[in-house]
Design a protein around this ligand. Structure first.
Ligand code: SF4
Length: 238
């Protein structure tokens, strides 16, 4: 499902859904850079610096980062790397919004890898992974039917995933669960990536219910609750 234009969308190209590259080739619009515990995926619980890029071409019904759709601060890559270094992290996560909606996300990822961090990318499944630095761990969020954005999934990304990557499904209801289970088999995801993650959508399905479905079907997926939501709810900066 496509979305109605909202303030801030004007920076996105109608043709590609991406922000055009900065003329200097090295700047990105950033909503926030902060230090927190990783809330999900393989590095859950580990202190991590998050670089949240502004803008997203999707409008998932459950989105909890709408504040990142517009605004932000234009920063060049050297300044972003300098700010990240101030926290002296081991792990850095580039997130959004949809980080790949800005073309300069690719050189940013490479610069963070070059600086020696363990870098992960949280992406929503609609943008191509082509050109993502091979050192980056990608966490690909495949959008389910109840997200309202399933039709935007770019399945051309699946062959680009490598054994260090992860695929995530945010499950809103039983139909989402069945759909995710089908995708698991269709793309042989468990054999393809390090982890397949099933997360209950906050306020839409009980975590316990999803856990019981997984157990009843003996699915080899990782159930996860979003740690940052339990600790800090939806406060920006965490
Ligand atoms: S892809 Fe992520 S940031 Fe974009 S609308 Fe969906 S949940 Fe929100």
């Amino acid at each position: 499902m496509s979305h109605l234009p909202t303030p801030g969308d004007d920076a996105l190209s109608e043709e590609t859904g991406q922000h055009p590259p900065d003329k200097a080739g090295q700047s990105l619009r950033i909503t926030e850079i902060f230090y927190s515990l990783q809330g999900e995926a393989r590095t859950v619980g580990l202190p991590t610096v998050f670089v949240r890029l502004t803008g997203c071409p999707l409008r998932c019904v459950y989105c909890d980062t709408e504040y990142a759709f517009s605004g932000g601060e234009l920063l060049d890559i050297a300044e972003i790397v300098r700010r990240v270094a101030g926290y002296r992290p081991r792990y850095v996560t580039v997130t959004g919004g949809e980080p790949l909606a800005q073309k300069n996300c690719l050189p940013l990822l490479a610069a963070l890898c070059d600086a020696g961090y363990e870098v992960s990318l949280e992406t929503g499944g609609a943008m191509s992974l082509e050109g993502v630095d091979e050192r980056v761990v990608t966490v690909l969020d495949l959008k389910t039917p109840a997200s309202g954005e399933m039709e935007r999934n770019d399945y051309g990304n699946i062959p680009r995933l490598t054994p260090k990557d992860q695929v995530k499904f945010v499950i809103c209801d039983r139909a989402d669960y069945e759909w995710a289970r089908f995708k698991l088999d269709e793309y042989r995801l468990v054999e393809r990536v390090a982890d397949v993650l099933f997360s209950p959508c906050h306020d839409r399905v009980e975590g316990r219910e999803l856990a019981e479905w997984i157990l009843a079907d003996n699915l080899p997926v990782r159930f996860q609750l979003q740690l940052h939501k339990l600790l800090w709810h939806d406060e920006p900066g965490h």
